[in-house]
Design a protein around this ligand. Structure first.
Ligand code: ZN
Length: 233
């Protein structure tokens, strides 16, 4: 079974620091371990009133970003670094700094390589202020590609180092799934009870306790594997 926690619009619209934190007495929401000093983070949007008749993109009367943070333990945090480094919570920890460094070097390498190829195109004229740069288009391309390569090698090095430590500290441990998150656009801002955020968790007891502590409603559902099993029976 999994549990879906249902969070009303009033909870999101009243966030003071743009951050909704879901915790349960220092326990990890995935594996129940303590302490749970890290978070699984989801970057979400609180959106009110979709404007209709737009062909290319949706526009809203009001839109604001916020973070959903759910408490996890050290092993689940390390597991996230190994499996989903791009989604790792940037909480200033050593692993988060490693991810941030690789993200920055990859972005700079990509930008430099793109700049080199842009100099090569007819968009940059043969004469004029940028003409000398056009002659050396290979330089930013080479530096950019080297930066991308070094960043990739560094990522492999850290990945293997953390994997070795992880297997030594938590032999045979199973990785647990991230929470499933669904957001909805608020139709009527005055209806504070409208459910606009749903969080789906496999750890039933953790989810029900957290929901009760915040006075949020919830529902239990069979997981995909349980549905398949019951169909076979
Ligand atoms: Zn955990």
């Amino acid at each position: 079974m999994s549990v879906k926690i249902k969070i009303p619009a009033s909870e999101i619209s009243s966030l003071k620091n743009g951050r909704l934190t879901v915790e349960n007495e220092g326990r990890c929401f995935r594996c129940d371990s303590s302490p749970a000093d890290h978070y699984e983070s989801h970057h979400l949007k609180y959106r009110v009133g979709m404007k209709k008749n737009r062909i290319y993109s949706n526009k809203f009367e009001f839109s604001r970003s916020y973070w959903l943070k759910i408490a996890i333990c050290e092993s689940c945090y390390q597991s996230d670094f190994l499996l989903h480094p791009d989604l790792l919570d940037r909480d200033g920890s050593p692993l988060a700094r490693v991810v941030q460094f690789h993200s920055t070097t990859s972005m700079l390498g990509g930008l430099l390589a793109a700049l080199g190829f842009l100099l090569l195109t007819p968009f940059i004229p043969e004469t004029g202020l940028l003409a000398p740069l056009k002659q050396i288009w290979q330089l930013p391309v080479v530096i950019g590609v080297i930066a991308l390569l070094l960043s990739w090698l560094s990522q492999r090095k850290y990945h293997n180092r953390v994997l070795t430590e992880f297997e030594k500290n938590y032999p045979g441990i199973q990785s647990h799934a991230r929470a499933g998150v669904i957001t909805r656009v608020v139709k009527n801002e005055k209806d504070a009870s409208e459910i606009i955020l749903e969080i789906d968790m496999e750890n039933e007891s953790w989810a029900i306790e957290a929901a009760k502590a915040h006075n949020w409603s919830y529902e239990t559902n069979p997981t995909e594997s349980e549905k398949t099993t019951s169909q076979k029976v």
